[in-house]
Design a protein around this ligand. Structure first.
Ligand code: ATP
Ligand code: MG
Length: 217
C-alpha cells in the first residue's frame, strides 16, 4: 500500500538483467508526460544509506553473517524511505527505485536461504504496510546474468563486487524467489523477459504503464 500522492515504481531482478538500462527509459517516458519524477537505488539513495551500501558490497576478509547483512539492508532502507522516498511521494513526485524490499526477500530470503518468514517481522517493523504501486521484475536465467555482468565489468574495467562473486546456483535461487513473489502478488508485479532486446523490453514497459495509468498520465 502506498498512501501518498506520487506513485512508487520499483525495478527488480538478478544482476545484469537490464534494471538500470530501463530505469532511464521509464523516467524519460514519465517526464515527457510532465510527471515529476525522481530516480533512486538500493542499497543507497541517501548519504547514510550509501555508506551502508559500501559496507554490504565491499569484499573484506571478515565474513558477514546473513542476519547482519539483512539488518544492514533494512537500516539503509529505512534511511532511504524516511529521508528520500516518503518526502518525495508526499509532494506528488513519482519515485522509481532500482531495487527495493523485494530484493531482500529474494537475496537474503532465497539466495542466503533465510526464508521469507524470518524476514517478515523485521520488514513490518521497519516499513509497516508500505509497498510499491508497481514492480517490474526483469527475469532471466543465471547464465545470462553472469555473461552480462562479466561483459559490463570488463568494458568498464571494474572488479566484481562481493555479491557478484557468488556462484550460479545462488543467482538461480534468487530468481526463483523473485518469481515466487511475483506469483504471490500478481497485481503489483509485471514480469519481463530479459532475454528480449532492450527495445522490446522498453516497449513492454511502456505498454504496461499506459494500461495501468493511461488515464492518469
Ligand atoms: N535486453 C537487453 N539485451 C541485451 N543487453 C542488455 C539488455 N538490457 C541490458 N543489457 C546490457 O546488459 C548489461 C547490464 O544491464 P544493466 O546494467 O541495465 O543491468 P542491471 O539489472 O541494472 O544490473 P545490476 O543488477 O548489476 O545493476 C549492460 O551492459 C546493458 O547494456
Ligand atoms: Mg543496475
Amino acid at each position: 500500500m502506498n498512501p501518498f500522492l506520487g506513485k512508487f515504481i520499483t525495478l527488480e531482478g538478478i544482476e545484469g538483467m537490464g534494471k538500470t538500462t530501463q530505469l532511464n527509459v521509464i523516467a524519460d517516458y514519465l517526464k515527457q508526460k510532465n510527471i515529476p519524477v525522481m530516480t533512486t537505488r538500493e542499497p543507497g539513495g541517501t548519504p547514510i544509506a550509501e555508506a551502508l551500501r559500501k559496507i554490504v558490497l565491499t569484499d573484506t576478509s571478515e565474513s558477514i553473517a546473513s542476519k547482519t547483512e539483512l539488518l544492514l539492508f533494512y537500516a539503509a532502507r529505512l534511511q532511504h524511505y524516511e529521508n528520500l522516498i516518503k518526502p518525495a511521494l508526499e509532494k506528488g513526485t513519482w519515485v522509481i527505485s532500482d531495487r527495493f524490499y523485494d530484493a531482500t526477500f529474494a537475496y537474503q530470503g532465497g539466495g542466503r536461504e533465510l526464508g521469507f518468514e524470518m524476514i517478515l517481522p523485521l520488514h513490518h517493523w521497519v516499513l509497516g504496510e508500505f509497498s510499491p504501486d508497481l514492480t517490474f521484475l526483469f527475469d532471466g536465467p543465471a547464465e545470462l546474468s553472469i555473461a552480462r555482468i562479466q561483459a559490463r565489468n570488463l568494458e568498464h574495467k571494474i572488479q566484481n563486487d562481493r555479491i557478484e562473486k557468488e556462484k550460479g546456483d545462488f543467482f538461480e535461487r534468487i530468481r526463483q524467489a523473485y518469481l515466487a513473489l511475483a506469483r504471490q502478488q500478481p497485481k503489483r508485479f509485471c514480469v519481463l523477459d530479459s532475454a528480449k532486446s532492450k527495445h522490446e523490453v522498453s516497449q513492454e514497459i511502456i505498454k504496461h504503464l499506459d494500461e495501468k495509468w493511461g488515464k492518469g498520465i
